[in-house]
Ligand binder design. Structure first.
Ligand SMILES: Nc1nc2c(ncn2[C@@H]2O[C@H](COP(=O)(O)OP(=O)(O)OP(=O)(O)O)[C@@H](O)[C@H]2O)c(=O)[nH]1
Ligand SMILES: [Mg+2]
Length: 401
């Protein structure tokens, strides 16, 4: 009986061991890592010509090391960031304050021209030198002839010639060449509750966006409210640049997506200006000039579309003073595309050719209303012929002398 029981137990044991032996490998196989990973690693190892150590080093963990798994989100308490709104400096007397920025031109006009005029003898040669100086300073040939002819006549009539007298004569002729009677007011006041619209145009890099920003500051300083329209949709950075200027004085910027239709952004900016009841809407435009027809079309469309809201009050052409006579030729394209009502001559601080102001007005027949005298936020001054000439000649009397 015991023997029978032992045999039965032994058989049961063999049966159990057999079953475990058959099932266990299957279970183990199921728990193996997924095949694809193994395959990739194997192939990578096979493809590598170098020893297995290098293969191990070149394996995917490199990527994992470069890009660590994202850290769990950290809760940052929201602190309201208050951007202080700047109070721009007043505009009155800016040209006088910034007169030293014209130092390059001052040496041509003040020192050079006055030096020549003060010579003991004003002979033919000296007059030719005076003429050359004016032409070199970009005054333009016609204006130079007129100025020199009148100076010759007056110095001849006037017997005595002190430096002070000569300075007065030269100043009078330069101011006269700048047509002091022209209307240089920037038309930015709202009419019947509708904001004034100022359109800014000009070639690449002339200083359009900067001038837009500076004008916004001038207006804010004078107690006006403004909206800036980023109709330069050519580069996203252009709208960012404008927004930075606007942000400093707490003004709103209306912008569209990169590549949007400039006319529609300009339209929206004016619409927003009407809705929010601001005083002035400033519209910055793109400056590319690869193709005259394209530019004319684009600007013409901006003008037409904006004017669905009402007429544009001021179209400001931005001209870089350092481009001299070439810049003047390019400027003509803009005067054909839109009805330019005023010129802002930028970068006068960077040139010895301050006489460009005279040729710009003369050749374009458009008044210079503003001058840019530096990269600083408030380095823009309303243009005044008498103050400008005084600064050019380096006043013997006055606040900065
Ligand atoms: N020195 C000096 N630099 C100026 C003046 N006005 C503008 N600039 C500089 O000129 C450069 C170009 O100015 P922007 O205002 O970007 O010119 P833009 O016409 O808008 O250029 P695009 O939009 O690219 O056509 C910037 O570095 C300005 O700081 C100025 O009166 N004096
Ligand atoms: Mg710009």
């Amino acid at each position: 009986m015991t023997d029978y029981l032992l045999i039965a137990l032994a058989l049961l044991g063999v049966l159990i061991l057999g079953t475990v032996g058959l099932v266990a490998p299957k279970l183990r196989r199921r728990r193996e890592p997924p095949l694809p990973t193994t395959e990739v690693e194997t192939r990578a190892e096979e493809d590598l010509a170098g020893p297995p150590v290098e293969a191990a080093e070149a394996e995917p963990p490199v990527g994992i090391l470069v890009e660590p798994p994202p850290a769990p989100p950290v809760q940052v308490p929201e602190v309201p960031v208050e951007v202080p709104v700047e109070v721009p400096e007043p505009t009155a007397g800016r040209l006088v304050r910034l007169r030293s920025r014209l130092s390059r031109s001052q040496s041509v006009f003040g020192k050079g021209l006055l030096g020549l005029l003060s010579r003991d003898r004003l002979d033919e040669e000296t007059w030719e030198e005076i003429e050359e100086s004016l032409i070199t300073a970009d005054v333009g040939i016609d204006s130079t002839r007129e100025i020199v002819d009148r100076l010759r006549e007056r110095t001849r009539v006037l017997g005595t010639r002190t430096v002070a007298e000569l300075r007065t004569l030269l100043a009078a002729e330069l101011v006269n060449a700048l047509d002091p009677e022209l209307d240089r007011a920037l038309h930015t006041a709202p009419k019947d509750g509708v904001p004034a619209v100022l359109l800014v145009v000009g070639v690449n890099g002339a200083g359009k966006t900067t001038t837009c920003g500076k004008v916004a500051r001038v207006l804010v300083a004078d107690g006006r409210s403004v909206i800036l329209g980023a109709a330069d949709t050519f580069r996203a950075a252009a709208a960012d640049q404008l927004e930075t200027w606007a942000g400093r004085v707490g003004a709103e910027t209306v912008r569209g997506p990169e590549g949007a239709d400039p006319a529609s952004v300009a339209f929206d900016a004016v619409k927003r200006g009407i809705e929010t009841g601001v005083d002035t809407v400033l519209v910055d435009t793109a400056g590319r000039l690869q193709n005259k027809v394209g530019l004319m079309d684009e600007l013409g469309k901006v003008k037409r579309v904006v004017e669905k809201h009402g007429p544009i009050d001021e179209t400001l052409l931005i001209l870089d003073a350092t481009t001299g006579q070439n810049g003047l030729e390019q400027a003509r394209v803009f005067t054909e595309a839109v009805d330019v009502t005023g010129v802002a001559l930028t970068k006068l601080d960077g040139t010895a050719k301050g006489g460009i102001v005279i040729s710009v007005q003369r050749k374009l027949g458009i008044p210079v209303k503003l001058v840019g005298l530096g990269e600083g936020k408030d380095d823009l001054a309303p243009f005044d012929p008498a103050q400008f000439v005084d600064a050019l000649l380096g006043a013997e009397t006055g606040p900065d002398a």
